[in-house]
Structure formats: C-alpha cells, structure tokens
Design a protein. Structure first.
Length: 361
C-alpha cells in the first residue's frame, strides 16, 4: 500500500523550524537573509515512486533520501500586481543535504540565495510550484495568467518518477511567514508487468518486454487556478509507432512461480488511440512479451492495452491516469496460451481488475 503521506520539514540557511509569526511590510533592506527567521523555507512530503540514480528502471520508494532535490518557482501578487520573486526561469534547487532517519533530528534542506518574505497587506499572496527532481529541466512558462511551470519528459531518455507540488500562501493567514508545505503528487503513471508461470512442470524464460504505439514524449504543466487550487495536465504530447521501455530480463521463472518486472514510468494517455493514420487496432498501445518455455522455441504475446477491464466491470480501462499504478498480470498457461489480468492502485486502496477470457494463443 502506498497511501502514507510523509512530511519532511525543510530547513534552509536562515529558516527556523518553528516560526512565531511575522509582521507585514517586511521591506527593511538591512535584514540579513542568513540569520533572519522570516526567510522563506519549505517542507516536503509524498509517497515516492522513483530512483534518482541514473539507472534504466525506476524503483519503488516511500521517502526522500539525502541528496534528493526539487526545483521551486514563486510569484508574488502585491495589490493585484504579479511579479517573479523566486526561481526566475529555471527555478531554485532545494536539496536534502543532511538526513539520518535514526538520529531523531530534523532533516536539513538547503537552497541559495535565501529569500525573505515581503508583505504589504493581508490581501497579498504568494504562489509556489515545485518539481522533483530538480534536474528534470523544468521552466517557468512565458504565458499570461497565474504562475505555470512545464517539464519535458521523453520515454527514450527519461526513466524517473516526475513529481509536482503547488501551494498558495495568503497574507491573511495566522502565520504568513511560516514554512511552506509542498506536498508532491505523481505526474506520471507507473506500469508493472507481473509474470505468473502456472505450469506445474515447465519452467519458462522471460526474454523481452516492450511497448509500442504509446505517447512517447510531452510536457507536464503545473499551474494554479483563480482560487489557488492545483491544475495538472500534459501538453504537447507526441505518439508514435516506435518500441519504448524495452527490457531484456532473461529471467528464468520456474514452474508455479512468479516474477515482477521493474516498474516503468509512463506519460498519462489514452490507450484506445492509434499512433498512425486511421484508427486501426494494430496501431493502438500494446505490450509485447517474448518468452521461451523450457524445451521449446521463443514465443510472442501481444496485449492490446485498451481491452483490459476491471474485475467487476465490462468497461475497459482505456487510459493511464497520473498518480496511478497499473500491474499487468500475465498468466502463462504453457499448455493453453497467455491469460492477462490487471490490477490498479492510486497509492491508496488497491483495485483488482482483469480481462476474463482474454487468451493469447
């Protein structure tokens, strides 16, 4: 289960863990950001799906670890006029520089240069947007309206979980200079292939797993609406017929045993749209499996993803949603084909799903 929210207090140089509050009109240029308790500082929390190391597959994890980062952007609205006050075009990198879960001391997040709060009236507000990891290349969008940040993602070169958070701080709250809580959400979808070898006697080797006809790149967009609520979307998406997320496990799965492939982070998308001209089923998103039963030749199984239905419904799952994990359970009945079922979870309640009778010969 992945429904636990992890809140980690972030301290930058000049940030106090507990702030007693601040006054408005904090425009004294003599204040020192390195010692002032009214510096802007952050907390961060979420259940993570990612591995910051530059490896080919993401792994499941549930907390930030030392060295993790996020890029943060901030605008301020004073008397109805919006200005950039934090991060500029490319954001400020905030890094977890000191964290020992067993020490009992709060983790330390740092960024530089440290910024101070500035208020003129209780009607003013700040908007913040953060994206993790900081190295994802997020940029402030040059568009009219509220603060907006885009992050390009390409399945051919990116294989990490992309996380986003937004927050509006109004000047009329009890502690307008308090820590800014950034609660991150998964902007991508997680897809896992689980292989079940239901044969009682025959071992099987999983040779290769890959996908075709997917949305392969796009821009994640984060912004806030008129009331400060988050708006998350994917724009400028591109779908093509290339194979993506290729892996070659070369994994022996013994009779009556199972194997979980490493998770893949995908761009949220429709599964019933073709990647080529027309609307041919053959050009819609599919999972390709190559496996070799013991004593036999390699076999191919093609799973049309649009055909997968929830267990208690005849309505197919025709899209991958952000923040949702999809487990495609491939039951290999070596004397009768491949039976496909699927399980989904939104890092909370698990929902099992399947496609009764979908047998791939």
């Amino acid at each position: 289960m992945f429904n636990r929210i992890i809140r980690i207090v972030a301290t930058a140089a000049g940030c106090a863990l507990l702030l007693a509050g601040c006054s408005l009109w904090l425009d004294d240029p003599a204040r020192n950001p390195q010692t002032d308790s009214e510096a802007i500082c952050f907390s961060a929390g979420n259940a993570l799906l990612r591995d910051d190391a530059p490896v080919s597959k993401a792994t499941l994890s549930e907390s930030f670890v030392e060295g993790n980062t996020f890029a943060v952007f901030g605008n301020r609205v004073i008397s109805g006029v919006q200005t950039t006050v934090f991060g500029g075009t490319n954001g400020v990198t905030v890094t977890l520089t000191d964290h020992d879960e067993n020490s009992g001391t709060p983790p330390v997040w740092t960024y530089s240069p440290v910024k101070l709060w500035y208020w003129e009236s209780s009607g003013d507000w700040y908007d913040f947007i953060a994206v993790s990891p900081a190295g994802a290349g997020s940029v402030k969008m040059d568009i009219a309206g509220n603060l907006a940040v885009s992050t390009h993602y390409n399945l051919a070169s990116h294989d990490y979980d992309i996380l986003g958070a937004t927050y509006r701080r109004r000047g009329n709250v009890q502690d307008p200079c308090g820590t800014v809580p950034m609660v991150f959400n998964h902007l991508g979808s997680a897809v896992i292939v689980r292989i079940l070898n239901n044969s009682e006697l025959t071992d099987v080797t999983l040779d290769e797993v890959k996908y075709k006809n997917l949305v392969v790149e796009g821009d994640s967009k984060l912004t806030l609406d008129l009331y400060g609520n988050p708006e998350r979307s994917w724009i400028n998406t591109e779908r093509n017929t290339s194979f993506v997320r290729l892996s070659s496990p070369d994994q022996l799965i013994e009779a009556d045993d199972s194997y979980d492939c490493a998770p893949d982070v995908m761009i949220p998308q429709r599964l019933d749209q073709a990647a080529a001209a027309g609307n041919n089923v053959e050009d819609m998103p599919a999972l390709y499996l190559y496996y070799t039963p013991e004593g036999s030749t390699q076999k191919e199984a093609i799973v049309r993803l649009k055909d997968i239905c929830p267990r208690d419904s005849d309505t197919p799952i025709t899209s991958w949603a952000a923040g949702t994990k999809y487990i495609y359970e491939i039951s290999m009945r070596l004397d009768g084909g491949v039976l496909v079922t699927v399980e989904t979870t939104d890092w909370g309640e698990t929902i099992e799903a399947e496609t009764p009778g979908l047998l791939i010969q």
